[in-house]
Design a protein around this ligand. Sequence first.
Ligand code: ADP
Ligand code: MG
Length: 269
Amino acid sequence: MSDLSRPPAAKIIAIANQKGGVGKTTTAINLAAALAETGEKVLLVDLDPQGNASTGLGIDREDREYTTYDLLLEDTPLEEIILPTETENVSIIPATVDLSSADIELYSNEKRSHLLRDALKQTDIDSFGFDYILIDCPPSLNLLTVNAMVAADSILVPLQSEFFALEGLSQLMLTIREMRETANPALRIEGIVLTMYDRRNNLSQQVEQDARENLGDLVFKTLIPRNVRVSEAPSFAMPVLSYDPNSKGAVAYRALAREVLKNNAKTKR
Ligand code: ADP
Ligand code: MG
């Protein structure tokens, strides 16, 4: 029986694709902001040593005293690691380059694949009342990404609307299947979202058609358009939803959030 005195656990979604530059970080930041706009409390875990999600949400490097490294490998209290952001209802665990050494240190750790799951499932975290935890993965299938896949309830895959987009996907799907057979049988695919979509471009349309034919319902209805406001927002240290709330990018990320909310209403914890 579930313990009714405890708040329900947060839904954990890893945003993953081993290719760089496909829109993982952009999706993590803006999906977090869009979910938060509807009143959901969101924690973004920056799992990429590049720390772009941290920068994009306005966390200066000198303010990253504790990071995801500490979450994984130290006993630092969560209150020290979890930082508020300028975006209401969005908190973050930031990252710095020291996370790349964590990837190496993890190999000699017996619990190497489970460290993130253990950290995010500790009961202390319930007191923060998060509804969603989004994990921004690095651009590889390394141990950090494996940690994300072990910790997550589901994986959301951004797919850039360009040639070869689907090729890397089979490797990712294979890894997800392996995860299901081993460490995380309940792992779902939240969905595949086409990013940087350009309606006037035949290639974008071709990639969309191929994706929908091959992956069916796994592909979100929402298309994230290529939109200059989306790419400008991080240099102003804010989600596009704040930077330009009526831009096409902001509107699209709100639609994506609605689909995610709908998915999870069905499988409500
Ligand atoms: P990843 O995290 O997968 O490496 P990013 O989210 O950092 O990818 O995106 C890569 C680049 O593409 C960034 O410069 C980002 O600003 C830009 N970008 C992402 N999504 C869009 C979009 N919808 N429209 C325009 N530029 C985008
Ligand atoms: Mg990134």
